[in-house]
Design a protein around this ligand. Structure first.
Ligand code: FES
Length: 78
């Protein structure tokens, strides 16, 4: 079984679950985010979070629809 589990939430964030210390999350400059004590967190993929890269729940307020849903809809048109 994998140590890290990433779940693509329907029309929501990427949910990351891992033992404490198993993941290092860094910004574009290589500065690490403090994940002390965290065994799970969610990464924003809607672009609306004010606490990026973490999800703050904004996706549900703005009606975010994930790309895979858009692709399915486009496929049905053809
Ligand atoms: S995915 Fe939740 S705020 Fe962006």
């Amino acid at each position: 079984m994998a140590v890290v589990k990433i779940t693509v939430k329907k029309n929501g964030p990427f949910r990351v679950e891992a033992p404490e210390g198993a993941i290092e999350l860094v910004d574009a400059d290589g500065t690490p985010y403090d994940l002390t004590g965290k065994t799970a967190f969610s990464l924003c993929r809607c672009g609306g979070s004010v606490t990026k890269p973490f999800c703050d729940g904004t996706h549900s307020k703005i009606g975010f629809q994930a790309a895979e849903l858009a692709v399915k809809k486009a496929d049905n048109l053809g």
